[in-house]
Design a binder for this molecule. Structure first.
Ligand code: ADP
Ligand code: TPP
Ligand code: MG
Length: 194
């Protein structure tokens, strides 16, 4: 399977909670037709299924903690395989959230050609998430869990960016700008891929 996926571009989309990863990924899908796989969405789909595993995931996510590495990676891998024949590119949104996740992904699937680092200030992220919480119905868009997600982001996920910096594939995107301006920078980074 890794063979089929090998020819497709793999883009990691990394940033804090509420930084705007999902918003930018939607726009990339519209312009480039890439396949968008959000780890959070995949996990929430499992929760919605009402399975035993889903109930365990729900409890973890509600606390703002990371679910076990193998669970997320298997879900992403299955979703990639399902699209391998038709996809010219994959946006892996919300993954890796810790360096180990990146290492395991590369062992089992392949190497990313680009890491989009969607960067916003902590106060901006909190504001956006509180606003999203008014309508999202997400159990983790509340003040207490948001704080935990932010802490975990700085502790576990920021090191991911440093890890890939050394490979020269990180493009830092200022997500404080208006959505379309942010997308302009995202598109530039994607257009620069060969
Ligand atoms: N790669 C991952 N590894 C472990 N847990 C994850 C991963 N992606 C998502 N999750 C779980 O799902 C929750 C929501 O993720 P996500 O929808 O990406 O939220 P956001 O980007 O708004 O922080 C996380 O707080 C975590 O519990
Ligand atoms: C640059 C920018 N992006 C998006 C928004 C709109 N917005 C406000 S809160 C919010 C929710 C968080 O965004 P999402 O894209 O879900 O971020 P993720 O948690 O996936 O990083 C959004 C999209 C905005 N005002 N400005
Ligand atoms: Mg998201």
């Amino acid at each position: 399977m890794a063979d089929k996926i090998k020819d497709a571009k793999i883009i990691f989309v990394v940033g804090g909670p509420g930084s705007g990863k999902g918003t930018q990924c939607e726009k990339v899908v519209a312009k480039y037709g890439y396949t968008h796989l959000s780890s959070g969405d995949l996990l929430r789909a499992e929760v919605s299924s009402g399975s035993e595993r889903g109930m365990q995931l729900q409890a973890i996510m509600q606390k703002g903690e990371l679910v076990p590495l193998d669970t997320v990676l298997d879900m992403i891998k299955d979703a990639m395989i399902a699209k391998a024949d038709v996809s010219k590119g994959f946006l892996i949104d919300g993954y890796p959230r810790e360096v180990k996740q990146g290492e395991e992904f590369e062992k089992k699937i392949g190497a990313p050609c680009l890491l989009l680092y969607i960067d916003a200030k902590a106060e901006t992220m909190v504001m956006r998430l509180m606003k999203r919480g008014e309508t999202s119905g997400r159990a983790d868009d509340n003040e207490e869990t948001i704080k935990k997600r932010l802490d975990l982001y700085y502790k576990a996920t920021e090191p991911v960016i440093a890890f890939y910096e050394s490979r020269g594939i990180v493009r830092k995107i200022d997500s404080e700008l208006p959505v379309d301006e942010v997308f302009g920078h995202v598109a530039k980074a994607i257009d620069a891929l060969k």
